[in-house]
Design a protein around this ligand. Sequence first.
Ligand code: AMP
Ligand code: MG
Length: 352
Amino acid sequence: MKTLILHTENNNEKEISIQKAANILKEGGIVAFPTETVYGLGANALNEEAIKKIYIAKGRPSDNPLIVHISDINMIHTITEYIPPKYDALIKAFWPGPLTLIFKKNDKIPDIVTAGLDTVAVRMPDNAIALELINKAGFPVAAPSANISGKPSPTKGEHVIQDLMGKVDAILLGEDCKVGLESTVLDLLSGQPTILRPGGVSKEAIEKAIGEKVLDNSLHNVGDKQIASSPGMKYTHYAPKVPVIVFIGSLDNMIHGIQTMKEIKEKEGLRVGILATEETKAFYSGCIYSVGSREKIETVAGSLFHVLRSFDKEDIDIILSESFTTEGMGLAIMNRIIKSAGYQVMDVGGET
Ligand code: AMP
Ligand code: MG
């Protein structure tokens, strides 16, 4: 398949590119586009044949439902009959933004979008190009992350080109994604508010907006109950080509643990990569990537997926990764790191 690359650097070019991308969506094609979280791979959410193409291009398991993106609150009526009153405060506080809410779906949304569930995940992205694209298309756009399934999500146009060139109709290029991690998926339909996937809006911010405690089980290995409520959580995700081990504990113990494990692995003849931070990178030698500053956790969110992808270009056999606080955005960061490691965690002790 020939993939059209659409640029948006200057205003004139931007208008034409977004219009071309919207036309492709209207014709039932699939287009990758930037959002504030990660790049998405979009298709008309009301067109079953178009949605099938997304699953094929990504190699996505068919039981992993998609998030539907809207550009205007009125578009929600195409998707659901009912907005639970509890959602009002959340929509007001976080849309447009990285919060996905679960609604009861109506008959217009094909089962393939929701993988057979009677609920549908919806959000309004906080990115001018994404909003204009959906607005010009005139229908809700279903869009998972624009990567090959299992790989780290794309936060730069170059990541999308690496993964999807020749597999999609067009790639609409924009700036690097400013949040860098996917949206928080929140379910308020089934009893206590529950985070199905931590992301760009923190648990603390949600609790403040609704004045209620929110459940979250995202750092534990998935059990059957969680699989049933959010099918996507059971799959290997965000994984670099080589194995990852995450070190959890106090900063001093973590640094010491990684230094020791590096020596052990090197004695076994393995080449080691280290995922460190601005504050700690000087303590290591060899192949080191800093994901940002512990003092500014949003810098870590912003570059985590890029760093995980960068390790694939290195001649290494294993990655040893530091860990982070689980407060605020740290929860989503730790969820992604632990999943990239396939839950291989080493507890080195001490207060985190
Ligand atoms: P991605 O499209 O890669 O950002 O992944 C979408 C995430 O949203 C996956 O973890 C899905 O399991 C989750 N999701 C989508 N729709 C639903 C739904 N109706 N109920 C629960 N989780 C959903
Ligand atoms: Mg994804």
